[in-house]
Design a protein around this ligand. Structure first.
Ligand code: DLZ
Length: 175
């Protein structure tokens, strides 16, 4: 017998009333940021997420610290980080993007909390607008869907696997 029978597709939760999600927003390019934030907020509301809390930080560089810190309280089921860094505008681009991407990855893994990378890194302001409710959609909405999907994933995994004894799993893999 193998574990294959357990690897069914997990279903979305029917009810997000008890779910808490933080949205951390970097205060650069605030008009675009606001559109991304509203996109994320609207999707979470549509799915009746019980608690949505916004936190503002100075810039994208601070997103991962804030997300890591908030995750440490263990009260948020997911954290969405929203920022905009325009490549053509700043020599800081590589430093900031790399720092925030690595920081979010580390924070997410260290705290076992889904932390979503909702940071736009386009070449121009125009490209940023196109991704904040323009012709390429709204990346804030996509970030919210990613958060819900990761919450579904954790819920499913915990329900299916938490009660399974490790030695039972070993025996399934060996056989
Ligand atoms: C300094 C800076 C620059 C030049 N550009 C941006 C940007 O395009 N987007 C953004 O979110 N933040 C920027 N920042 C601010 C840094 O992220 C950070 O807040 C400061 O360096 C202070 O640590």
């Amino acid at each position: 017998m193998s574990l294959a029978h357990l690897q069914t597709t997990y279903q979305p939760l029917n009810n997000y009333d008890n779910v808490s999600i933080a949205i951390v927003v970097a205060n650069w390019h605030t008009e675009i940021i606001q559109k991304l934030y509203e996109g994320a907020y609207t999707v979470l509301k549509k799915f009746h997420v019980g608690k949505i809390e916004r936190f503002d930080v100075p810039g994208s560089f601070e997103l991962s610290f804030a997300a890591n810190h908030l995750a440490g309280y263990g009260v948020f089921d997911a954290i969405i980080c929203i920022g905009v860094v325009i490549q053509g505008e700043t020599k800081h681009f590589d430093f900031i993007c790399q720092a925030v991407a690595n920081g979010i990855t580390n924070a997410s893994q260290n705290t076992d909390t889904p932390i979503i990378f909702g940071v736009l890194t386009p070449n121009t302001l125009e490209q940023a607008y196109e991704r904040a409710g323009g012709k390429y959609g709204n990346k804030g909405e996509e970030a919210a869907y990613a958060a819900l999907q990761m919450i579904d994933f954790k819920f499913y995994a915990q329900n299916v696997y938490q009660s399974i004894q490790p030695n039972w799993i070993d025996s399934q893999i060996d056989s």
